[in-house]
Design a protein around this ligand. Structure first.
Ligand SMILES: [Mg+2]
Length: 364
């Protein structure tokens, strides 16, 4: 057992190798809140959540305010096991899922360090040993050459960010990428909710013929009617992302036949416990499953996604991490991606050694 002694949060921006062009946002620099929690033995746990107004409605400033509120409520609490962490975080504040997920991550890391156990062992049962990850194709000049290079390195899944330019341009990109990358890889497009209903339906109609395996979030997350229209088109699989923040959202999509699968993010669900329950629901309903971080996440978040991915009952649409697109990272030994697979460090906790000088350097 340990006592929570000190919680601090740091707002950071890391450089990206290339600008990311999505339908409704262009990202030139990451923005995350990093959480550092110290216990009564002086041990330290780390957590991270991206600030994403377009995904969770939480800005860096609003997350800091929420974390300060959570801090008041949980400093001095005793932690004996994972259930204590899930309970105190879920009761700490209404909403504010990204902020809560960062504090929870740091506490589980700290519990793992304290009990000398890997993060994955604390949150579930490890059922997979390899973690193929998705390569994101987001509108850079050399996107085709880069994708080809990544396929040759061993990547098996690719996601094209669409919607920043017109429909026919993006359909052509998809067609070219399928031709060049071959039939063996999983190729998808993600509109991040950026199309109007008419364009969403037109893109969906063409998605199979240009070689896409599925099409993610064609329209606004709240527009389940158009999602259903897109999903009804023969031979098209629609994925939901921005529309799914809770198990209830998943249930609504399933009942309306508005998607065949979805992308889950910790910053949307607010807790690893809820996210794991959601994947159990998806497995039961035969929905395809992906778990993602947010563009620009550091190795702290990547380590958490890696550990969570190891225990999920279903993950046929693979995992997304973002460290491969970063110009710099904040940990001493960055996580390795080899043959298109993330190497997950076996703890204790997340198995991280954070470079606090870099953390200071990238502070916003
Ligand atoms: Mg998405």
């Amino acid at each position: 057992m340990f006592k929570i002694s000190e919680i601090s949060c740091i707002n950071i921006g890391l450089p990206l190798i290339e600008t990311i062009h999505m339908s409704n946002v262009t990202i030139t620099k990451s923005n995350s809140i990093i959480i550092k929690i110290r216990n009564n033995y002086g041990q330290i746990g780390w957590g991270e959540a991206a600030a994403s107004l377009s995904m969770t409605g939480e800005s860096a400033n609003s997350m800091i305010a929420a974390i300060n509120y959570i801090k008041e409520k949980i400093i001095g609490k005793n932690i004996e096991d994972i259930k204590d962490i899930y309970r105190i975080i879920s009761r700490s504040i209404y909403g504010n899922f990204a902020a809560k997920s960062a504090v929870e991550m740091a506490l589980i890391d700290l519990l793992g360090i304290n009990q000398k156990k890997p993060f994955s062992q604390l949150i579930g049962k490890k059922i997979r040993h390899e973690l193929p990850i998705i390569w994101r194709i987001s509108g850079s000049e050399k996107e085709i050459q880069n994708a080809l290079k990544k396929r040759d390195e061993g990547f098996v899944a690719f996601k094209i960010k669409v919607g920043a330019k017109d429909l026919s341009y993006d359909l052509k990109r998809a067609e070219n990428l399928r031709k060049i990358l071959g039939d063996e890889i999983q190729l998808t497009a993600d509109a991040n909710g950026g199309y109007c209903p008419k364009d969403a339906i037109n893109f969906s109609k063409r998605s199979q013929s240009v070689g896409l395996d599925y099409f993610e979030q064609p329209v606004n997350g709240a527009d389940l009617y158009t999602m259903k229209q897109c999903n009804k088109i023969p031979n098209v699989l629609i994925s939901a992302d921005e529309g799914i923040h809770t198990i209830y959202d998943l249930h609504k999509h399933y009942k309306m036949k508005a998607c065949e699968g979805g992308s889950l993010k910790l910053i949307k669900f607010g807790s690893i416990n809820t996210l794991i329950q959601a994947t159990k629901y998806m497995k039961e309903k035969k929905m395809h499953t992906n778990i993602s971080g947010k563009a620009g996440d550091s190795s702290i978040s990547a380590a958490a996604i890696g550990n969570i991915s190891m225990v999920l009952p279903k993950l046929d649409w693979y995992s997304n991490v973002s460290i491969q697109y970063l110009g710099d990272d904040i940990i001493k030994i960055p996580h390795e991606i080899t043959d298109g697979k993330l190497k997950v460090v076996e703890g204790p906790g997340l198995g991280l050694s954070v470079n606090e000088e870099k953390l200071e350097y990238y502070k916003i």
